[in-house]
Design a protein. Structure first.
Length: 408
């Protein structure tokens, strides 16, 4: 298995030389990186890579009895699914266009539920009843949320406080490497809202995009999702437990377009709820973050009610990606849908289109991934009523080889 793992890493790095987004992080042996710059991805390159992948998959089939422990079973399944994602990626690099549904299944090991227009209309109707002002729901929600925008000169102090709280809560339940740390940078002109660039040796660089308004709830969202107990903790634990201690070299590389990302995004989103059960998040934000941002909390209760309803509309982004990538909608139709049912501003909808163009079906990992993680943990006894069990299950997902299909 160690031999297959080493070949997998070298193969992944080679594929990554043809797609700059494919390798999200690598902190292994630098000698394994390709020695020369990649040229054109042509049929000859495709044939060579495909032959290597097929050979590794054959080796995996021969190792199918490799399952001495439960952890090794997880390792086997993880590596097999990651190789299938590699195979899918080179097909796509060679010009093969998959449907939204086929791509999501092949890269992220999951089906994507379909939500029709009526599903979103119900939430829109509920919001229509409670939002103040006149005009469309989309216009009113954007106007209402302006009251909760963090002033740009307050971003650092608010985010620092959110990070400190998220880290404190995480450390009560998860032991982290003693040298773990990260830095935060504020950037512009990116297709995403925030990004964790994991550098290895338990260190991350977290970038926060300030192109669009950042509302008060985003401080905890980003601090938990990108930091504690989200991406930073996930990457640090995998490096510590599997790469450093067990010397499983496949965990020196993180492939963005692979089942690992659904686990990463799903745990990062669900981690917010794990760290702040019940009303604890709202209480902390109202008592600590609102004053730091200089915001009035008089309408905070209505704001959080709006946010809770708006969660259902996240799936509208999946439908936008589905129809856009399947060629059913053009760019303008997709923007119109995102403004109407995802309640985005025109600028935000255009940013989301940029994200879909660059990362394609990756959009499903945030909500479908969270649903899979949440259902798995609750099915196995983790809930608001059993917070210690929930932390135990959550920590296990962060520090062991997992696949979306294995959690269902």
């Amino acid at each position: 298995m160690n031999s297959v793992a080493e070949k997998y890493v070298k193969l992944a790095l080679k594929i990554g030389s043809y797609d700059k987004d494919f390798i999200d992080a690598y902190y292994g042996t630098q000698d394994w990186k390709p020695k020369t710059e990649a040229g054109e991805f042509n049929d000859s390159v495709y044939q060579g890579l495909n032959q290597q992948i097929n050979s590794l998959l054959d080796e995996m089939e021969a190792l199918s009895v490799y399952s001495a422990t439960e952890l090794e079973k997880l390792r086997y399944r993880y590596l097999y699914k990651q190789l299938l994602a590699c195979k899918t990626k080179i097909f796509m690099l060679n010009g093969v266009t998959l449907s939204f549904e086929e791509e999501a299944q092949a890269l992220y090991d999951t089906d994507v539920p379909v939500h029709n227009e009526d599903f979103f209309k119900k939430t829109i109707d509920e919001l229509d009843k409670i939002l103040p002002g006149k005009g469309s729901v989309s216009e009113r929600i954007l106007s209402f949320k302006e009251k909760f925008k963090i002033p740009e000169n307050k971003l650092k102090v608010v985010f620092d406080a959110a990070i400190k709280e998220c880290r404190s809560r995480t450390l009560k339940h998860i032991q982290l490497p003693p040298t773990e740390n990260f830095s935060v940078e504020y950037v512009k002109n990116k297709p995403w809202g925030a990004y964790n660039w994991y550098k290895g040796n338990f260190f991350s660089v977290i970038q926060v995009n300030t192109d669009l308004p950042i509302y008060i709830d985003r401080a905890i969202d980003l601090a938990a999702h990108e930091g504690y107990p989200g991406h930073h903790v996930y990457n640090a634990l995998l490096e510590w437990n599997l790469y450093r201690k067990k010397e499983w070299v496949e965990f020196s590389v993180y492939l963005l377009f692979s089942p690992q990302s659904l686990i990463a995004e799903g745990t990062a989103n669900y981690g917010i709820e794990v760290a702040f059960p019940g009303n604890e998040r709202i209480k902390f934000e109202k008592e600590v973050l609102f004053p730091l941002a200089g915001l009035n909390s008089n309408e905070a209760d209505l704001y959080y009610k709006v946010l809770e309803l708006q969660k259902n509309l996240s799936y509208a982004g999946n439908e936008a990606a589905r129809n856009f990538l399947n060629g059913k909608w053009n760019e303008q139709q997709t923007i119109d849908w995102l403004m109407k049912y995802n309640l985005r501003s025109k600028e935000s909808a255009e940013k989301y289109i940029d994200f879909i163009k660059q990362y394609r079906t990756y959009v499903i990992n945030y909500n479908v991934g969270m649903d899979i993680v949440k259902n798995y943990i609750e099915k196995n006894g983790g809930s608001d009523e059993s917070p210690s069990k929930r932390w135990e299950l959550f920590k296990n997902l962060l520090s062991t080889p997992q696949t979306p299909g294995g959690l269902k």
